[in-house]
Design a protein around this ligand. Structure first.
Ligand code: DC
Length: 335
């Protein structure tokens, strides 16, 4: 037996709208999951207290769902939960994987029952982490934290200060005095270094290589990990990086690790750079990516590694949208 979840919101509390939205929700669940009437064991509906005009179970029966057991319940009034929302849990005989359905803005994860949700998304450069992270964040209505951007900002600060990167003391001095903040504008991450928005400046090949180098210093990692944990403890977010599942949030319930062949990863990076008009040759991009992988995997502190309990997704033959959908489905199955 499988449980399929879903939810929808209403614009107004009228019997007609309850009937039509409940019908739309249930027929969508049935069609995207290819269910036959006989597959459905029972349908349990709950509604927020601001829906008074019709019980959702009655609406479901009136809308033609009368061949199985129907239950309605009322949710307690909880701060932060969606308004005029009907949720459903449908029990079915289906054995395969199931798809959850969230309509009319009801896709928000249950903020009322899970204050903060964190998702760890690790993998090497070019595996698609940052694009996928943004897509997942949008779908689940949470923030996306690009932790690589933080190491990049440290690297930029080192470059601007003209220090000798190989000198631990000099890097320690930088890290002890850095003013690094992450803010969000219209849902997009803005990385602020000493008050300046450096989101674009940190995307050069020089910064990439140096970020990988300085991220091996324990002082740098300690400061960044502390900042990342603070952010993750306050807001629901998906964090993409190298050590999120193994080190930053080892108890995180949702861990994913993306892989792809070095050639495909280099080709993606090359195409991205070309679009920005900053392309170096494909061969050079591949070489730098392999060098960076080696550096990230072999450092002593929190190296790039797949957590034992992470779900591994080979993205070589997948679009970012497919990977994001896959991740969202796996998360919805677990909550
Ligand atoms: O994801 P990115 O390419 O922007 O990351 C730049 C570098 O920062 C990467 O080569 C290694 C380092 N990094 C890290 O050590 N740990 C993280 N969680 C994220 C990035």
């Amino acid at each position: 037996m499988k449980a399929i979840r879903g939810a929808t919101t209403l614009n107004s509390d009228t019997p007609d709208e309850v009937r039509s939205k409940v019908k739309e929700l249930l027929t969508t669940i049935v069609s995207v999951n290819n269910l036959k009437a006989d597959d459905i064991i029972c349908i349990m509906l709950s509604s927020t207290a601001d829906i008074k005009s019709l019980y959702p179970a009655k609406a479901a029966r009136e809308a033609g769902f009368s061949h199985c057991a129907l239950y309605s319940s009322l949710e307690p009034d909880i701060d932060g939960s969606l308004e005029k929302c009907v949720r459903v849990m449908l029990l079915t005989e289906t054995s395969g994987s199931v798809r959850y359905v969230y309509l009319h803005g009801a896709k928000t994860l249950r903020k009322d029952i899970s204050e903060v949700i964190n998702i760890a998304l690790d993998g090497p450069a070019g595996s698609g982490k940052s694009t996928v992270s943004k897509l997942v964040a949008k779908e689940l209505d949470i923030l996306s934290l690009d932790t690589g951007a933080m190491y990049r900002a440290v690297a930029l600060k080192c470059i601007n200060s003209g220090i000798d990167y190989a000198e631990k003391n000099q890097v320690d001095h930088i890290i002890n005095n850095i003013d690094l903040r992450v803010e969000y504008k219209n849902g997009r991450q803005v990385t602020l270094l000493d008050g300046e928005d450096v989101s674009e400046k940190i995307r050069t090949a020089q910064v990439s290589m140096l970020a990988s180098y300085v991220s091996a210093y324990p002082s740098v990692r300690a400061k960044m990990v502390d900042l990342q944990r603070k952010i993750a403890s306050r807001v629901s977010c998906i964090l993409d990086g190298r050590d999120i599942g193994t080190n930053v949030l080892p108890d995180c319930p949702f861990k994913f690790f993306l892989t792809a062949t070095p050639e495909i990863r280099a080709m993606r990076r090359y195409a991205e750079d070309k679009l920005k008009g900053t392309a170096q040759s494909y061969e050079q991009t591949l070489k730098e990516l392999n060098d960076r992988d080696k550096q990230d995997k072999n450092r002593a502190v929190a190296p790039l590694k797949c957590a034992k309990d992470a779900i591994v997704i080979d993205t070589s033959e997948m679009t970012a949208e497919e990977v994001a959908r896959n991740i969202c489905e796996k998360i919805q199955e677990k909550i």
